[in-house]
Design a protein around this ligand. Structure first.
Ligand SMILES: [Zn+2]
Length: 276
């Protein structure tokens, strides 16, 4: 079992990478904004962005050994926190963003050296979005955007596996339900029942395939009713909308541009509050 280091953030990050591989068989880069040359006042604290591994290759070539899912944390917020106290925020942030990695597409396998420099610059531009430059809220995008029933289910499966490995995470720090105008994670956990335990041996993507228990779906429907009647339709519309966004950004890179563009919303939407 991996012990999460309390020596330094970088070591704790390295341990998380090993832990995610051990538990989920998923090789993930966890990048720090300072290492990647990103601004301190980014609009996000943590972000999952397909193709962000291109920045790891560019800024930390010694860490890069192939295309992988990549999450980035704004380490300017960690400061000189005493690492002897439990680092719940750090760990919750990693778990939350890892949930997005599972939710997202499989990593782009196009060899990094064949990816255009313009695309790498496009990734950097998106991740460099500052708080002050954040576009004003788009009312057509629901508050829970990217944090819907599929994400909640992933988070519940992932957090159970992490807890079994000794990493206990705080529900409200891992999932800011009130921010998304949704029910608490504990309610969803109850509704999901024994599914995470029953499927604990399955690969994550298989474990969350197919329909969840009816109670879980019903809770989600109830949440949507309280939220906005058209929210579910909007979620389906978001994927279409990102295609236009991608064209507007001129960051197209044939074949994989859709993944890239669809992540734009998530990166700009990630939390401003310390608890994500
Ligand atoms: Zn998120």
């Amino acid at each position: 079992m991996i012990e999460l280091s309390t020596e330094s953030w970088a070591q704790r990050r390295d341990d998380w990478e090993k832990l995610l591989f051990e538990l989920f068989n998923d090789r993930v880069y966890i990048g720090f904004s300072s290492e990647l040359g990103l601004p301190e006042d980014t609009s996000w604290l943590g972000v999952f962005l397909p193709s962000a591994d291109l920045l790891i290759r560019e800024a930390c070539p010694q860490r890069f050994d192939g295309r992988r899912h990549t999450i980035v944390l704004n380490d300017s917020i960690f400061g000189d926190v005493d690492l002897t106290t439990p680092q719940v925020d750090f760990d919750s942030l990693v778990a939350h963003e890892f949930g997005h990695a599972i939710q997202g597409p499989v990593p782009d396998q196009k060899p990094a050296e064949t990816v255009s420099l313009r695309r790498v610059a496009g990734v950097r531009k998106i991740l460099s979005l500052r708080r002050a430059d954040e576009p004003s809220a788009d009312n057509s995008v629901p508050e829970w955007h990217y944090h819907g029933d599929d994400f909640i289910r992933i988070l519940l499966h992932a957090s159970r596996r992490l807890a079994a490995a000794g990493v206990e995470l705080d529900d409200s720090e891992m999932f800011a339900n009130s921010r998304y105008s949704l029910s608490p994670l504990a309610w969803y956990r109850h509704a999901l029942g024994s599914e995470p335990a029953d499927r604990a041996e399955l690969p994550m993507r298989l474990a969350v395939a197919g329909d969840p228990p009816e109670a879980f779906t019903q809770l989600w429907r109830d949440d949507l009713k309280n939220h906005t009647p058209s929210a579910r339709k909007e979620r389906d519309g978001i994927r279409d909308a990102t295609r236009d966004e991608e064209q507007a950004l001129h960051i197209s890179d044939a074949g994989s541009s859709f993944d890239f563009a669809s992540s734009f919303y998530d990166s700009s939407e990630e939390p401003l509050a310390p608890n994500m």
